[in-house]
Every structure is written in C-alpha cells, then in structure tokens.
Write a protein that binds this ligand. Structure first.
Ligand SMILES: Cc1ncc(COP(=O)(O)O)c(C=O)c1O
Length: 472
C-alpha cells in the first residue's frame, strides 16, 4: 500500500505490476476519488514508496497519459487530466441559483454578494499573524463548541456597545455564519415540537430552503411599510418567526416601534421565539438606527449576526445570542455537529474588534454604501420615471417598485442583454400575494461609476418597455 496514493500492488499476482498500477489509478480517476487537476506523485517517488522499479511506474503513467487520464508537463509534474471527469457545480447554499444561467456580465446587481473587493487584507493579516505567533498549546487545541471564551467575551462587549444586545459570554455562540445559526435554531425548535416557522414575505429564498431542510415548514408572513405584519403573524398559528427587523431583506423597510412592541408581546403571549437576523446592521444609516430587537426581550429573542457582509463570506463567521434555557439545547446540538469553528480565526476576529479595526472598516463601508444608495435614488428619479424606492437609507440593496405597466420579467431579461444582472421582486416572494413589479438592485460590489453606467443601460430598456416597444 502506498502512502502517497490510495493504491496497493500485489507482488505475488500474475498480473504485471505496471498493469496493476495502471488499473488502480484508472479506477481512482473514474470513480472521482482523484479529482481533475490533482497532482500525483512523480514516478520516482511512487516507485520508492511502493518498492518497485521506476520503469514499472513510468510504463503505467505513459499508458494513462496516452489514454487521456493523466497530463504530464515538463517541470510541473503529472496531474489528473482536466478532461478525465466532468466538473460538478459547487453552488453556495445562501446564494440561490438564477432560473437562467448568468452570462458574463459587466455589472452584477444581484443580492447575495458582499463588498469583498474592499476586504481589509492588511489589517486582517496583522491580526492573524499576531494570534498565530502568540498561540500556545491551549489556543491550538479544541475550544468549547460555543467558541473561544475570549472571543465570546469580546463579542458580548461589542454587541452590547454597538447594538444594545443584552448577552454574556455564556449565552453567546460563534457559528459558521448565520446559516449555521439558523440551522441550529431550527433543529432545536423541531426537537421542541415546532413544525412551522414564520418567515418574511418577501424574504430570503435560500433561507426558506434552509428552514425546510431543517424539518420546519416556512409560513410566509407579509411585510408592509412598517415591516412584518404582526396581525398576520398572530393569525398564522406559528410560535417562532425569523425576521430582519433592522433593515428588512430585501425591501429595506424598518420594523416600526409599534410593531416591535407588538412582536415582543406576541412572542410572550405564545411563549415563542423571534430569531432576529441582524446581518447588515453595520450599514444602518444614522437616522435609521434602533437598538437590536433582542434588547427589548432577551428571553424571547435569539439574536444572530454575521461577518459575511462587513468582512467576507469566506470567513464563515457568525454569532448567536440566545436565552440561557435555549442555549444549552443549542450547545448540545452543536457538540454533535462540528465541535466549533476555527479557534485561530475566532481569536483573529476578537483582535480585529479589540483594536478598533472593525469599527474603522465598517465606517468606511457605511459611507461608501450610503453614497451608492443616494446615487441610485437620484438616477432612478431622473431616468426611471414612475419608479419608487421602497425602504429607508440603509443596507446593501435598493428595492425599486416599478409602475404596473412595466413587466418585471421582461425588464430583468432585457437588462441581461445590456450586461446588467439584476433580480425582480418575485424572486424573493414566498406566497402568490399580488405585488407591484419591482427590481432589487444590490450595490455591494458595484461602485458609483459602475452603478451610474448600469442604471443608464437599464434606463434604455425601461424606456423601451414603457413606450410599448419592448421585446415583451
Ligand atoms: C438576509 C441575510 N441574512 C444573513 C446573511 C449572512 O449569511 P452567512 O453569515 O451564512 O453568510 C445573508 C447573506 O447573504 C443574508 O442575505
């Protein structure tokens, strides 16, 4: 058995060694165990490892190269041929696929993206370097599944400071993004007998899929200009609800003060839970800021946040602050899942917060996003007459209502032909409730210059459809 490849040869067999190696390697490639592009050991290394003569391995490699399984390039070794097996798609779960495959486009205004172009590389690397350099045996070992105690302490302080969240290190958990927090909460709700979860309509389609695959049936609760309609929630019969109260996704409305109070009263009356998804609170404009809903009722609201929008989704960093009696169940489930997130990354994040780097970075992004949003408002008013920006001045996307005469799918399709990728409001709808046509324009990754160009391109198609000359 080789150490370098999952491959065995039998010296006593009547089958020649070169043939054994060739068949075993071909099986590994055909079964997908060896992925296209994987570098395999040199013939010298493999021969040494297996204790066979090098010419035997060379013969097997040559045969597989001739058959198209391997690719050999002078100086860069031998790899599994890229044509050996078709690559499969690796779509991310929180970024749902579009109904039609996206062409190469100049401007991507679809939600689900983050401003990773401005990821603060140097500051992050400084924190990682400091943490890794100082790490002792404790830091390099297993942390509690809920997260590194120091990081939970820093996070509890930070969330209290910026969002008024009432938590302690004991009822905070570091999760692999909001997605894992949601899955954990759903699992605990299922274990406690819940069968349904209220979700906002419109809302995040991929989150609804998460909820469904956790064993809960999502029940759409309408959203109006004041946020989630609590009357409908009361009538729905659910006892737990997922909301984005600070800045509703995707409409950008805020849950009004009166609705916040009614939502909490509902949670108390049904002895239920509100899961508060506070994913983009870093980009709340000054005039839109209210403390986290959790601050009103920490015993009924589970607060969840994420570094995906402020730093990068690739970090997979999120957090949950849950009522103590729920946290022990969440911890129990988590311990059976993955025993926690990367301890070193959590420590780097704690340092990033402690040194003020997160505050500085978010301030920069906030200013820039506000500028982008204002540009969309101005340009929509000038070039897309009859449209209306729904929602306030915060966040990463604009919900733009269209006049009833503009067919939403036709505008989305026409935008593609102008190299603008955008989604219509129906993409986010959870029920068939009739709504005005709309576009949802994310400005996370497109700067002001790009937005100006993409909105001009959009305006051409808009005018064409408005005057009845559209492709239909
Ligand atoms: C509504 C909403 N909540 C939360 C998140 C963050 O999810 P995660 O932390 O799993 O990346 C996103 C990211 O796109 C989102 O759109």
């Amino acid at each position: 058995m080789s150490w370098l490849l999952h491959l065995t040869v039998e010296r006593e067999s009547r089958i020649p060694l070169a043939l054994q190696i060739r068949s075993a390697l071909r099986d590994l490639i055909e079964s997908g165990t060896l992925w296209p592009g994987t570098r395999i050991p040199s013939s010298r290394q493999l021969a040494l490892d297996l204790g066979v003569s090098r010419s035997v391995v060379v013969e097997a490699y040559e045969q597989l190269t001739a058959e198209g399984y391997l690719h050999t390039r002078h100086g860069s070794g031998t790899t599994v041929s890229l044509r050996a097996r078709p690559a499969e798609s690796t779509a991310s779960t929180l970024v749902p696929p579009d109904p039609e495959p996206a062409p190469e486009a100049m401007w991507d205004l679809r939600t689900g993206t983050s401003n990773v172009l401005d990821f603060p590389r140097q500051e992050w690397v400084r924190c990682v370097t400091a943490v890794v350099s100082a790490a002792g045996p404790d830091e390099l070992s297993y942390a509690p599944p809920s997260g590194v105690p120091l990081t939970r302490r820093v996070l509890a302080g930070y969330l209290g400071r910026v969002r008024g969240v009432r938590s302690s290190p004991e009822n905070l958990m570091v999760t692999s993004g909001f997605a894992q927090g949601l899955a954990l909460v759903c699992k605990v709700l299922v274990d406690r007998g819940h069968r349904t979860l209220g979700v906002e309509d419109p809302g995040h389609p991929a989150e609804r899929e998460f909820v469904t695959s956790s064993g809960l049936r999502p029940v759409g609760i309408p959203v109006d200009a004041d946020g989630l309609c609590v009357d409908d929630l009361e009538a729905s019969g659910v006892r737990a609800v997922l909301v984005t109260p600070g800045n509703q996704f995707p409409t950008g409305v805020r849950l009004s003060q009166q609705r916040r109070e009614r939502l909490i009263a509902w949670a108390r009356a049904v002895d239920g839970y509100v899961l508060e998804d506070d994913f983009d609170s870093a980009f709340l404009h000054r005039t839109d800021r209210l403390p986290a809903l959790q601050s009103l009722a920490p015993d009924h609201v589970i607060y969840a946040g994420s570094a995906s929008k402020t730093l990068a989704p690739a970090l997979r960093l999120g957090w949950l602050a849950a009522p103590s009696e729920l946290m022990s169940s969440i911890e129990y489930v988590r311990a059976g899942w993955d025993i926690g997130c990367s301890g070193l990354e959590q420590l780097a994040f704690a340092r990033f917060i402690d040194t003020g780097a997160l505050d500085r970075h978010q301030r920069r992004l906030r200013t820039e996003f506000y500028r982008r949003r204002q540009l969309i408002r101005r340009q929509a008013a000038d070039a897309l007459p009859g449209t209306r920006v729904v929602g306030r001045n915060s966040g990463l996307q604009t919900y733009l209502e269209l006049p009833p005469t503009i067919p939403e799918p036709a505008l989305v399709r026409a935008a593609r032909t102008r190299s603008v990728l955008v989604r219509g409001g129906t993409f986010y709808a959870c029920t068939d409730t009739p709504r005005p046509p709309a576009l949802v324009l994310s400005y996370a990754t497109v700067n002001c210059a790009g937005l100006a160009q993409s909105l001009s391109a959009l305006a051409v198609e808009y005018r064409r459809l408005a005057t009845g000359n559209g492709p239909g």
